[in-house]
Design a protein around this ligand. Structure first.
Ligand SMILES: NC(=O)c1ccc[n+]([C@@H]2O[C@H](COP(=O)([O-])OP(=O)(O)OC[C@H]3O[C@@H](n4cnc5c(N)ncnc54)[C@H](O)[C@@H]3O)[C@@H](O)[C@H]2O)c1
Length: 229
């Protein structure tokens, strides 16, 4: 079964641009989307290291998805895979980015210019995948106006205006749990539909808004489950 088999295609003539015969899927199943994102993570790194091809076995060893599943998921991208040679890294990166709709540039607003916020702002973790931190906010008047890399810390009162001016699509919360819900509410009111939450706060948002909560300990519990079973 390929990605195409698991999804509902767009109407005729609406194509992904890379191959006129390949329709862009409307909706991926959660499992496929999660696996494609993991492949993309490995492929992006491989591309950065100048690797031209990658085999399903290599992808498997880095993603812990078995290679038969990988071949099935990627069978829709026939022209990128050659027996004995593997997949063309460049081609597969652009194809998966189109399918996950992550092609192009997406602007992030970061909340919290503390330890984590500063580390995120100065690293490539988001930039490697087409996300750019274009604004950083903090509630502490001592931090507002100071520099974090090329950015100046802004006052949270300016959120709605900055979201509009900077075309922000993602809000990243690197603030104490006690501050997260109020900021999430402000982001929702400003029209932001994706929130990446580093705090442990259980955020309440309307159904059209997606919250992803990053929790290393919970990821470890998941790994532990597979280790123990
Ligand atoms: N999930 C992870 O991997 C991970 C890792 C480290 C920290 N964290 C979490 O990230 C958060 C930040 O951690 P830290 O170590 O950077 O803390 P920190 O105290 O160094 O920084 C927090 C910053 O948030 C600012 N802040 C407080 N209220 C705010 C508001 N309403 N609006 C904007 N800014 C506000 C503070 O002034 C401070 O600058 C915490 O919730 C922590 O538990 C998560």
């Amino acid at each position: 079964m390929s990605v195409g088999d698991l999804t509902k295609p767009h109407g005729a003539g609406d194509t992904n641009g890379a191959d006129d015969t390949e329709p862009v899927p409307d909706r991926l199943s959660l499992g496929v989307a999660a696996r494609l994102a993991r492949y993309l993570q490995v492929l992006t790194k491989a591309k950065k290291e100048g690797k031209e091809t990658i085999s399903s076995q290599e992808l498997s060893s880095f993603t812990q998805v078995n290679s038969t599943q990988i071949r099935r998921d990627l069978s829709g991208f026939g022209k990128f895979g050659k027996r004995g040679v593997g997949y063309n890294v460049d081609g597969l990166v652009s194809q998966i980015r189109k399918i996950l709709r992550t092609a192009g540039q997406h602007n992030i607003a970061l909340f919290g210019a503390g330890h984590l916020g500063r580390a995120i702002a100065s690293s490539d973790v988001f930039a490697d995948h087409g996300f750019r931190v274009v604004a950083i906010f903090d509630a502490d008047p001592e931090k507002v106006g100071t520099s974090v890399g090329a950015l100046q810390v802004r006052d949270v009162a300016t959120v709605p205006q900055v979201v509009e001016d900077e075309d922000i699509v993602v809000g990243v919360l690197a603030v104490p749990s006690s501050a997260a819900q109020t900021l999430a509410d402000q982001l929702v009111l400003s029209g932001v539909k994706i929130i990446f939450n580093y705090s442990e706060s259980l955020l309440r948002v309307p159904p059209e808004v997606t919250v992803h909560t990053s929790s290393p300990a919970v990821d470890l519990l998941y790994a532990l489950y597979f280790y123990l079973t």
